[in-house]
Design a protein around this ligand. Structure first.
Ligand code: GCV
Length: 719
């Protein structure tokens, strides 16, 4: 009896804990990313695809073709439950892969100029009942394969395929800010995936999985090491490790580039200094390039952060960025390599306000860079804030190649616990109209080369990838990797359509659930803007690690590292005056924008405090005053996260439990932190505005001293 009693007491606990254990540890952990090839549940659709994909013809034989075949095998087994069949007969195949030099292609009436496809483009067309994938290279066929599989994963009909795809930008790159000891600067998904200690001999499966994921979204270049570079990367021992990675990535169409330290000739070459005009320095780089290409014949080139945040550069010797970049470019030129030279510069000894400095240094150099140099510009003039205007450089260097640099990792958008779909941020930046050559001179057209006379085009994303099982720390962080790749391929795609694809491939095929999740994604970045830095506020993050609010910080070594430098709150009002009466940053934009931005009434509301210092009583477009709107926006941000939580709960039955839990937990953190941001910022700004929190809004939970006392010495990803 006693035993039975004990069992009855224990039963719920036992059941509860085992159910819990199963619940927590079963299912999809996110490792498969968007390349999940689970059986299509809709039987008639599956049957249709099985018919259409009965047999495949692929002529050539190479490492890339092996990858294509492997991918088709995985997909056919998984999605269709059908063993893949390869045939030698073009007429009998249901799917035919043609390189454009295949004579059998002549039997088809393809009314397309195939030369326009270049080395990476492809056609994906249905002719009669056959599906044709046509490209000039195997890399093109690999991209076509992933496109075909994407059609199937998203349930699209294959009966009338008629797609011509050519990437709009040539170099579509991930930049890893990963150190050689596997620490990742601004990385929130664990250690670096690149295990330099075990390379070159130990080649992780993860490298292949990473390459496959990148190829599936068209990424064709990676920089595995931090722009705050360690000169050791150019020593023979490390170059052999780099070669091992390059050999793995090559068949996936991915080239390896390296971040290099400008002072390498001095640091590892034993030269007296690294002055770019010195013949021995130039020779050192030429020899180094030859050494690299001996090992890696398709090496991509160098990425350089110079004279920025303590990194060495040509400025150390009184030389310009163009002199530094061209010296490297000339060393790489004979081998076909490129230089990505970053425009993220700001100097402590310059009086100019920080947002002005990159323009001041680079615009005078327009037209002076060699044609294998691209100047890599961050999307905004400061530093990857939740919202920035477009960088004025995009409208001011028509004779140079300008590469876009986005941040995929969420240094300033809540690390890897906040759901912030960056597709909307990227599109906002790409679609921004510089008006540099009249209306329609969008940033995208500058980046894709249609508005400049430079032949080299590039887009880079600072990676959010690490050793976490789900790669990015947050399941929705994967969407940011995905959307970066898709937009680098085609910036005309919409953020919503890409979200749709990603949800279908990663989370669920249920239509209602897709609609809810898409809605969450599409408003998520605006939520972050609202609870962190609404109405054009920026750089309010806490010192160094950038985790959480720190609008009060005013004691850092450099004025322009302090949040107080950017928000300029005082008794009168809030915001930094960048009009002619202030720092005159608006003068760096085209006349169209200068006129608009000079007046708060014609400045976009979402950027008001970026360009103006406005009175707390300033009447906003809503008719309410600035203080009211500020409080309102901070609360809208919090409400947005609450809404996301509800929406996520509403799709629970459509999502794998493991994925569901991960996101549910992260949303819990996000809500806590959104409230923390709101309360800390409002408590702080209230000390200036001296106004009560308007009726209907909650008061901050604590006073400013409390928020100011919080310390996070071990916040991840510090620089
Ligand atoms: C790699 C910001 C980040 C730094 C980063 C730098 C850059 O300042 O906080 O960690 O350094 O940008 O883009 O070079």
């Amino acid at each position: 009896m006693k035993k039975l009693f004990m069992l009855l007491i224990m039963l719920p606990i036992l059941l509860g804990s085992s159910a819990m254990a199963q619940h927590r540890f079963s299912g999809e952990d996110g490792y498969r990313l968007w390349l999940k090839y689970d059986l299509i549940q809709d039987q008639s659709l599956r049957q249709q695809y099985r018919q259409q994909l009965q047999s495949f013809f692929i002529a050539s034989d190479s490492a890339t073709v092996d990858i294509i075949k492997h991918e088709l095998t995985l997909a056919s087994n998984g999605l269709l439950g059908q063993t893949v069949k390869f045939t030698d007969s073009v007429p009998k195949a249901s799917v035919v892969f043609f390189k454009s030099d295949n004579p059998q292609l002549a039997k088809y009436d393809i009314k397309q100029d195939l030369t326009q496809l270049g080395q990476e483009g492809y056609l994906l067309v249905t002719v009669a009942k056959q599906i044709l994938l046509i490209a000039n290279s195997e890399q093109g066929l690999l991209y076509a394969t992933f496109d075909l599989l994407r059609q199937i994963q998203t349930g699209t009909s294959l009966t009338q395929l008629n797609k011509k795809q050519v990437p709009k930008v040539q170099l579509r790159m991930l930049n890893h800010w990963d150190d050689l000891d596997r620490h990742t600067e601004r990385g929130y998904a664990g250690q670096s995936i690149f295990d330099w200690h075990k390379l070159p001999d130990y080649q992780e499966q993860r490298y292949y999985d990473y390459a496959r994921a990148n190829a599936s979204i068209g990424i064709n270049g990676i920089v595995p090491n931090n722009v705050n570079a360690n000169a050791l990367i150019l020593t023979p021992a490390y170059l052999h490790k780099v070669k091992a990675l390059a050999d793995i990535f090559r068949p996936y169409g991915i080239k390896v580039y390296l971040s290099v330290k400008f002072s390498s000739p001095h640091l590892i070459g034993g030269l007296e200094n690294s002055d770019p005009v010195k013949p021995e320095v130039q020779q050192w780089w030429q020899d180094k390039a030859a050494e690299i290409y001996q090992l890696i014949p398709d090496f991509g080139g160098f990425l350089v952060k110079a004279n920025s945040e303590g990194q060495p550069g040509p400025g150390d010797f009184g030389r310009t960025h163009a002199q530094g970049a061209n010296m490297l470019a000339r060393a790489l030129k004979p081998f076909g390599g490129n230089v990505l030279w970053r425009a993220f510069v700001y100097a402590h000894d310059t009086k100019a306000e920080r947002s002005l400095q990159a323009y001041n240094e680079f615009v005078p150099l327009d037209g002076k860079f060699d044609n294998n140099v691209s100047v890599q510009v961050k999307n905004g003039p400061i530093d990857f804030q939740p919202r920035e205007p477009f960088s004025p450089l995009f409208g001011a260097m028509p004779h140079s190649s300008l590469a876009m640099e986005f941040q995929i990792t969420q240094e300033y958008l809540g690390f890897s616990t906040h759901l912030a779909y960056l597709g909307t941020l990227y599109k906002e930046a790409l679609d921004a109209d510089t008006h540099s050559k009249g209306a329609g001179s969008t940033v995208a057209k500058v980046v894709d080369g249609s508005l400049s006379d430079s032949p080299l085009t590039a887009m880079a994303g600072v990676a959010n990838i690490g050793m976490d099982r789900n790669w990015t720390g947050h399941i929705f962080g994967q969407a940011n990797w995905y959307v970066f790749g898709r937009l680098a391929w085609d910036h005309d795609l919409s953020a919503a359509d890409i979200a749709d694809e990603w949800i279908n491939m990663t989370l669920t095929h249920n239509k209602n659930a897709i609609a809810q999740i898409k809605d969450m994604m599409m408003s998520s970045r605006e939520d972050v803007v609202n609870y962190m830095t609404p109405l054009g506020l920026h750089h309010l993050m806490d010192t160094g690690h950038h985790y959480g609010p720190g609008p009060w910080v005013d004691n850092l070594g450099r004025a322009d590292w302090n949040p107080t430098y950017y928000h300029r709150a005082d008794k009168q009002g809030l915001g930094i005056d960048r009009t002619a009466a202030g720092t005159n940053a608006i003068s760096q934009y085209a006349p169209f924008w200068q006129e608009k931005l000079a007046d708060p009434a014609t400045t976009p509301t979402e950027l008001l405090l970026w360009f103006h210092h406005l009175s707390w009583d300033y009447t906003m477009p809503s008719g309410k005053n600035l203080w009211y709107e500020l409080v309102h926006h901070y609360n809208m941000g919090v409400a947005g996260v609450e809404k996301m939580q509800q929406q996520w709960q509403s799709v629970k039955n459509q999502i794998d439990p493991n994925q569901f839990n991960q996101v549910e937990m992260a949303l819990g953190i996000q809500l806590k932190e959104a409230k923390w941001w709101r309360d800390a910022c409002l408590a702080y700004f209230q000390t200036f505005s001296q106004r009560p929190i308007p009726e209907g809004f909650p008061k901050p939970a604590h006073d400013v001293d409390y928020y100011q006392s919080l310390q996070f010495p071990y916040a991840p990803g510090q620089g």
